[in-house]
Design a protein around this ligand. Structure first.
Ligand code: GDP
Ligand code: MG
Length: 300
């Protein structure tokens, strides 16, 4: 089994002010979406490292001014585009004026990816979807997708995202999950969860999030619906921890109409989220929830 010792490169690119640095701050640095409002253009690029389970990621956030982009696509292309696991092109879907320019550089980026990282994955994010009215979103998505779909060897993944709803956590989680699962440890965790779900049909799903609220494992039904509650639980954790400095145990049980949710802090700043259907035997469900959380905790 492959152990990914070398950091895997995640490359954010796109025009200035499309939202790259905000996405990075929210999903990799745990910033509150409201905190990233002040716009400061990224000069050249910033590089940061994140470790999850046994995987290490190097995040490149590239400046979006055209002179930077031109350099990344030109002289610096080999350095920037070599060994990229995920190439993320960010487009501001509320800014129609810039769409053609963005597409122009996207084409170049794809060419460079093919040249230097032909095995990488390409995501194109139509970002700031909160600025497009919900009834127009699908239509804008489809026409943008049509415009950005280019004949290339990559199977480009298109998504609409926003830092103000669960979509960005969901999309980044989806990207990381495919990379994380390649390590032996992650595979063991994933198999343990799947086996548990297979044996307990009162359970709907189990998700493991990192401290930023990105789902690193998501098994079972409706895992995306629990991203927002998970984020709330993480925010509560931070606040409560400031009162109880030596806090070791942290668990929240939440009851919704049909479901019972358990949020439990694990080792390594991970959060366990177990979801089960509500029955008369809730206490029993919670005991089982403890068991699987404990198993996961021993494996990570
Ligand atoms: N409405 C909205 N604004 C966003 C979103 N993401 C980023 N922004 C804003 O867009 C501006 C530019 O963001 P920034 O991340 O600096 O863009 P970058 O140049 O691509 O790194 C900032 O004012 C952000 O607050 C989003 O999902 N929705
Ligand atoms: Mg930036």
């Amino acid at each position: 089994m492959l152990m990914s010792q070398l950091p895997q490169k995640v490359l954010f690119m796109g025009l200035g002010a499309s939202g790259k640095s905000s996405i990075r701050s929210v999903v990799f640095e745990g910033k509150n979406p409201e905190e990233v409002k002040d716009y400061q253009a990224t000069i050249n690029y910033t590089r940061s490292t994140k470790n999850f389970i046994d995987s290490s990621f190097q995040i490149f956030d590239c400046g979006g001014q055209e002179n930077f982009i031109s350099a990344f696509m030109g002289d610096q292309a080999e350095f920037i585009f070599t060994n990229v696991s995920i190439f993320i092109w960010v487009v501001d879907m509320s800014n129609f004026d810039q769409v053609s320019t963005s597409k122009f550089y996207f084409n170049h980026g794809i060419t460079r990816m093919y040249e230097f990282s032909p095995n990488g994955t390409v995501f194109c994010l139509f970002h700031k979807r909160d600025l497009v009215s919900p009834d127009q979103r699908d239509q804008v998505f489809l026409s943008m997708k049509k415009f950005f779909e280019i004949d290339s060897p990559f199977e480009i993944q298109f998504r609409t995202t926003s830092i103000f709803d669960r979509s960005i956590y969901q999309t980044i989680g989806e990207m990381l999950q495919t990379l994380i699962i390649k390590t032996t440890k992650a595979l063991t965790v994933s198999e343990a969860i799947q086996e548990f779900l297979g044996q307990h049909d009162d359970f709907s799903g189990i998700t493991i999030c990192n401290e930023e609220g990105v789902p690193l494992f998501a098994e079972g039904k409706l895992p995306d619906n629990f991203i927002l509650p998970a984020n709330l639980s993480l925010a509560n954790y931070e606040r409560i921890k400031s009162e109880f400095k030596t806090l070791k145990t942290f668990k929240i049980t939440m009851e919704l109409d049909e479901y019972i949710l358990v949020f439990q802090r694990l080792k390594k700043d991970l959060l366990f989220i177990g979801v089960a259907k509500k029955t008369d035997l809730t206490q029993y469900t919670i005991v089982k929830m403890d068991k699987i959380a404990e198993i996961v905790n021993s494996l990570i």
